[in-house]
Design a protein. Structure first.
Lengths: 153, 642
């Protein structure tokens, strides 16, 4: 059936408006404030007769009781939220999350740009200027922070 | 698949049985779970108990689209997420119904593909749509294969390079295998093949347009009409082929609303129509409104005989093209053939106007007679063109051949006027016939009637211009015949211009024409063999008129079927009417037979209308001064003076 659906998509896909964004996560938001972020690509949800949603995703499986589930939302924020637990925040430019902005953070961004490291290892912290990309501008941002020109959490 | 973007695509699917909703994730807001039983996505509420699964893929989907794919006894429907809230899709096996709600204000595109021998597609809505037929093969044994109830504009795209085949079931309630309630606009170069097993092949409740880009529409079977259309048919391109039908090829009816535009009309400016009908009294193209043809090519063949219409208490017969109102032909190519009894090429109730185009008509059937009735209501004669109103020929080329008995070439039940163009008729019965006046003011007219008059007016016959060659049969039939023997409503031949020759057993003799200046006419009675040339020279020996008689008049003469009573000499003699603007009243002219024509002289069916055509004169048969209305230059061996 999947093959026929793909063929059907070939028939359906004509030149109408198509957005080009892809989200990293589907967040399962529960009534008590708990939010669970699961990798979106390849995710699948099924519903049983007992009111349970079973989710298979890139990192494994998860289940949610429908009576506790409030909503679903796509997001690039992969951080889970546990009620009563303060979310951890990092300084802007603190790529290695050691609590400080140092040349070590600068070296990480340089290595990412050189292809020697992966931005995914740093949970978005390598995107210093918040433009959803890791570029030389992020190096410049760290340099400014080290020079005392900029810096925030 | 349209992968035109450098960015990743992402789609969230909600699967409900054979219906799949595809949401582009970037369009999604928060999706609330309500009462642990439902999930709302972009305004559409899904009962989770009916959801098979939800999954996320990196495929791209288009907005505003519904795709239906048939595979045997199942069909899968994909609905773009951005329109899902406006769509209700129901699938049972391979039978699909899609309803658009009344809030739709954007055109959706439906794409149908795949194959099923037990499936259908039904759609309803109140906004225009595009229906893409993408190589679909669909048979519905119970009803229509496709039934579009949406009453708006339906753009039907025949996807380039594909063939879609639609078949319905027999003895069903449907009007056709392919039904469209709204107005159909066909486009794109694919092919569509339809078989109608209950009634029509295609039925359109509103107008049908074929765009220039359209490929082909074929109806290879229908119990009734190939295409049955309300309002109008407009064809700018493409090919329509119709055969294997039980009634008309293309039928266009008036709607109930008189204000509907182009109501009942057929308008053809391009494309090709090939239609063959076999039923009794069937029509190739039948319109309740006006017919306008300015381009394209139409080939219509009818082979059925006549029939008795008990509702109207009259006979009916086949016609290649039938119009209840006017027909206007200014271009295009028409080839119309009728072989059955009473069959006609063109039959119409209103005025026929021809100003361009090439029209070729052949009828070979005999007269159709119903029962033992003697009135005309019980008979239907074959005719090339039969018109209940005026005929106006202002251009174009018309060729008519009728070979069955009582087959007339061109008939008007009112006034027939030829101003220009070329008309060539070979007929069994009268070649060109009018119930009222006939006026020839220009053009080229050739008639060869094997068993009756060449040109027959039932009132006045006025020739004021043009080039006319007309042959009637032997006595008592005429090359030119007006109603000069009708005491109740007499009419006469008036010749005021033109270059003509009329050959027959007899003739109606020209009369004075009040308010008009007559052109001199010579009338020769004698025996002229086939391929013998006549020459008329002035006193200085200049040739002003020449003619080579191309028809043979054998000895014995005889009456044409249905001809007047009375006897007359036969012996192969003819009465030949001669006139030309080069003939001056009062001047003396000599007529010769056995002339030799100059090589390269220009002739129209043997009439050298430009003059100066003679190489050598032959034998003189007499000299006379030209007078009006006519001068008999010789009267040897026969011919009747009416």
């Amino acid at each position: 059936m999947r093959h026929s659906i793909i063929l059907l998509l070939l028939a359906v896909a004509v030149s109408f408006t198509v957005r080009a964004d892809a989200y990293g996560y589907l967040r399962f938001v529960q009534a008590d404030g708990t939010e669970t972020a699961l990798a979106a690509d390849g995710l699948k949800i099924t519903f049983d007769t007992e009111g349970v949603a079973s989710v298979t995703h890139a990192d494994g499986t998860a289940t949610f009781g429908l009576d506790a589930l409030k909503s679903l939302v796509f997001s690039d924020d992969g951080e889970n939220v546990t009620p009563g637990v303060e979310p951890v925040t990092y300084k802007k430019g603190d790529v290695n999350a050691d609590g400080e902005v140092t040349s070590a953070d600068l070296a990480i961004v340089v290595n990412i740009l050189a292809g020697l490291d992966d931005a995914a290892n740093y949970e978005g912290r390598a995107d210093v200027n918040g433009d959803n990309d890791v570029t030389a501008a992020d190096i410049a941002a760290i340099v400014n922070i080290l020079a005392g020109i900029d810096g925030e959490e | 698949m349209a992968l035109g973007s450098a960015y990743a695509q992402q789609t969230m699917w909600v699967h409900q049985g054979q219906v799949h909703y595809a949401y582009t994730t970037s369009q999604l807001d928060t999706m609330p779970v309500v009462d642990a039983t439902s999930l709302t996505v972009l305004g559409k509420t899904f009962e989770l108990a009916q959801v098979d699964s939800i999954n996320v893929t990196s495929e791209e989907v288009a907005d505003n689209a519904i795709g239906v794919s048939y595979a045997g006894d199942k069909a899968q429907v994909v609905v773009s997420g951005n329109i899902a809230t406006h769509i209700e899709a129901t699938v049972k096996g391979a039978h699909v119904a899609v309803l658009q709600d009344g809030d739709v204000a954007t055109e959706y595109t439906y794409t149908l593909s795949g194959t099923s021998t037990n499936g259908s597609f039904y759609q309803d809505g109140s906004y225009k749509i595009t229906l893409r037929l993408n190589g679909l093969t669909l048979t519905n044994p119970d009803s229509a294969a496709i039934n579009i109830r949406d009453g708006k504009r339906i753009a039907i795209e025949l996807v380039e390079g594909t063939t879609t085949t639609l078949v319905d079931g027999a003895n069903g309630p449907q009007k056709a295998a392919f039904m469209v309630n709204g107005h159909s606009e066909f486009k794109s170069g694919g092919a569509l093949v339809i078989s109608g097993n209950t009634k029509h092949g295609f039925w359109g409740d509103e107008y049908v347009e074929l765009k220039k880009t359209v490929g082909s529409i074929t109806v290879n079977k229908a119990v009734k009409d190939g295409m049955s259309i309300n309002q109008y048919l407009e064809m700018k391109g493409g090919t329509i082929t119709i055969s294997g039908v039980g009634d008309d090829g293309i039928q266009v009816d008036l709607t109930d609303d008189e204000t509907d535009e182009l109501n009942g009309q057929v308008i053809i400016s391009g494309g090709t129509i090939n239609v063959a009908v076999t039923a009794a009294a069937a029509k190739g193209i039948n319109a309740e409104g006006e017919i306008t043809i300015s381009g394209g090519s139409i080939t219509a063949t009818t082979s059925g005989g006549g029939t008795w219409d008990s509702d109207e208490s009259k006979t009916k017969a086949c016609a290649g093209i039938k119009g209840d109102k006017t027909i206007d032909i200014s271009g295009g190519t028409l080839n119309l053939t009728s072989t059955g009894a009473g069959g006609k090429g063109i039959s119409l109730d209103g005025v026929l106007t021809v100003s361009g185009g090439d029209i070729t008509i052949k009828t070979s059937g005999n007269r159709y007679t119903y029962g033992g009735g003697n009135s005309s209501d019980y008979r239907s004669s074959p005719k090339g063109i039969k018109c209940d109103a005026d005929i106006n020929i202002n251009g174009g080329n018309i060729k008519v051949t009728t070979t069955g008995n009582y087959g007339e070439g061109i008939e008007s039940k009112a006034i027939l006027t030829i101003n220009d163009g070329t008309v060539e008729v070979n007929s069994y019965d009268d070649g060109i016939n009018s119930k009222s006046d006939m006026n020839i003011n220009g053009g080229f007219v050739f008639v060869n009637a094997s068993n009756n008059d060449g040109i027959d007016s039932n009132h006045d016959l006025n020739i004021d211009g043009g080039v006319v060659v007309t042959y009637g049969a032997s006595q008592p039939e005429c090359g030119l015949d007006a109603a000069d023997d009708d005491r109740s409503n007499p009419g006469y031949v008036h010749i005021t211009g033109g270059t003509l020759v009329a050959v027959g057993g007899g003739t109606s003799y020209p009369r004075a024409f009040t308010g008009h200046t007559l052109q001199p006419v010579f009338i020769y009675s004698g025996s002229v063999s086939q391929n013998t040339s006549l020459a008329l020279n002035d006193a200085s020996g200049n040739n002003v008129w020449a003619f080579t008689q191309l028809r043979s008049y054998t000895s014995g003469g005889g009456w044409a079927p249905g001809g007047p009573g009375g006897g007359g000499p036969g012996g192969g003699s003819q009465t030949i009417v001669i006139s030309s603007p080069k003939i001056t009243s009062g001047s003396t002219y000599t007529l010769y037979t056995g002339a030799t024509i100059k090589s390269g002289a220009t002739a129209f069916h043997g009439l050298y209308y430009q003059g100066d055509a003679v190489q050598s004169n032959g034998t003189s048969v007499g000299s006379k001064a030209a007078t009006t209305p006519y001068t008999t230059i010789s009267s040897s061996g026969g011919g009747w003076n009416w």
